[in-house]
Design a protein around this ligand. Sequence first.
Ligand code: ARG
Length: 308
Amino acid sequence: MNVENKAYTAKEVDFTINDIKDRAEPRNILMASPEYFDVVDVKNVHMAGNAGKIDKKLAHIQWNELKSAFNHAVKEGILDKVLVIDGAKDCEDMVFTANQSFPWIAENGDKIVVMSKMRHDSRKREVPFFEAYYKNLGYNTLHLTQTQLFEGMGDLIPHIGKRLLYGGYGHRTNKDAYKELAAILQVPIVALELIDERFYHLDTCYVSLGNEAVMICKEAFTDEGLSVLAKLYKRVYYIPISEAIDNFALNAHTVFDYKTNKKMVFIHKGTTFTYNILKKEGFEIYEVDTSEYMKSGGSVFCMKMMVY
Ligand code: ARG
């Protein structure tokens, strides 16, 4: 059937994943260096009580360990490069490179990126640094004009290997952003309402395990949201709220190599339920420690951006 390039509410989805065109995954990963990382205010509920509590030395060590873990995927040929943009002064959240933009590849192969409209002032300052960086990478950079809030890949996540996007809204992104994004990116977007403030971005409650499987936390979504995910994925795993909150398990990052069928996942250490699902799904698992970044409400997925 013909799927339209528009924003679908969960209820409106009348297609299946077989109706969606294929897409090649990006093979580079972008991080931002952590010298200015800090918690100075409360932008999300996870940050409450954490101002001034970052162990800066440990934060640097953890960032470097995450970078080394991503470099394993480069060594194994699953990714091409780990890129690093310099952190900037007065941009204490800039390490969370999932948020400032949404990079995409047009059907004709052109690289395009839509710049975010961040909710918080300090985070608005991060966006121009990324825009300049993308221009250097040969991207056509675009801006939203019809909406006030959109936080990039924190809320808008691609179906692996497909020209289909899932867009979380309610905390950091406005629902109306997806109408405009679907038109700009020429792609169908399934809009998913996020109903629990602990899951303030889609990437805190949703991890794609490939074309067929996904892990989510039930508490984050509406009933309609839960049923549309069950319709579009063959296997949906429900992660207990304890691991989703205490371990940021649903902020793991998965990477895939279709030629070799290899899959890797990078995840904050210490899960058991989630770990067993990842094993069962055939992932090579890299556990890392992101404790200092979790004090800011982010973990692995937030700390990187996949770029073409
Ligand atoms: N302190 C940051 C904020 O509240 C954390 C962002 C985490 N990123 C993410 N993709 N969930 O904006």
